[in-house]
Design a protein around this ligand. Sequence first.
Ligand code: SAH
Ligand code: SF4
Length: 407
Amino acid sequence: MNSATSASATASASRSHAQPASVEKVNLLGMTRQALEQFFEQMGERKFRAGQVMKWIHQYGVTDFEQMSNISGKLRSQLAEKCEIIAPEVVHRHYSKDGTRKWVFRVGDGDGSLVETVLIPADDKTGARKTLCISSQVGCALDCSFCSTGKQGFQRDLTPAEIIGQLWVANQSYMEDVPIAERTRSVTNVVMMGMGEPLLNFEPVVAAMSLMLDDFAYGMSKRRVTLSTSGVVPMIDKLAETIDVALAISLHAPNDALRDELVPINKKYPLEQLIAAAQRYLAKNGSDSQRKHVTIEYVMLDGVNDQAEHAQQLLKLLKNLPSKINLIPFNPFPHAPYGRSSRNRIMAFQKTLSDAGFVCTIRQTRGDDIDAACGQLVGQVADRTRRAERWKKKVADQHSEILRTQG
Ligand code: SAH
Ligand code: SF4
């Protein structure tokens, strides 16, 4: 394992808690092109300034208005007076020997909320593809039984600046010693698969994704930005109306009884509704769309959802949904009630699906040495605190029940 490196360099634009934010300043980092254009118009400036400033921020990683050389001195000082460019504070960063990088960010003003971001390079030796796994919320309200983020409960939505700031920092980490003129964006793919349910923090997530797609910011192709959801059906329809990105569905079970247990939101939006929403998502925008298929995520839980009968049920369920299936070996966490399916079991499951004509891959577990595997994004401290609270409550409830029955 490489030694952990100090967060100080990457965090140069990150807010230090020793220096409270000047609250009246506008943070330009999370503003979409549309919002920035309006902002400049209100200042009596031309709209195209938005694109110029966005390039400085997102493509060159510049946070000091004085360095924005194609902007007049007068406007630069006005901006410095009214605005700031602030990414969330990096409290820890770690680069693994396999190329995986992980950052822990503190978000909000000193409330101690932590989120994690992981960069996973392609396993093809070229290192050309770099996929960033981004968080959308602190914790998550949906409480899937195999997910450590869910065990933490919901704490807070991230702002657009906190979401796009994760991508900004990851790109910066490859630019630190590169002269401004030679800087390029290194992250090639984004998956909204970190902490939180992105469709339950809709507007900020869409704002951040529109920056990912914008040529003046990250200019990523629609195929390379993926939103993952556990199945908030009405919001899948809203997403289809709002922005064109790739969709991943965290399915994890091929029948309602099992899915109710693993992904409780299934009780509200059962499988039939979920599959229909995914079909509508693909149908939207017709043949022009990048939406040719959805990705189905399926975590492999030993003896729970990994049997031959589950593979058969899955085949039936996905019969009319163009999909690629990604089998995810379960990432264990302390006190997790499940184990990871064996390699043989996962391969047998994959064979059944592949033989029926599905593209079915097995997710590589990368970055295990820094606890950075996707779905494993949790502040252990927060998790422990939460569990201790629940345990105390459970014991107290049991005690009062004993007293009640004895009394
Ligand atoms: N809330 C969204 C996105 C974040 S979770 C969603 O559920 O889709 C990202 C992915 O990691 C999901 O597919 C989730 O089911 C999976 N995941 C969560 N906990 C995991 C674990 N312990 N092992 C493997 N995958 C896990
Ligand atoms: Fe939330 Fe996704 Fe974890 Fe479920 S799997 S608890 S939706 S983060």
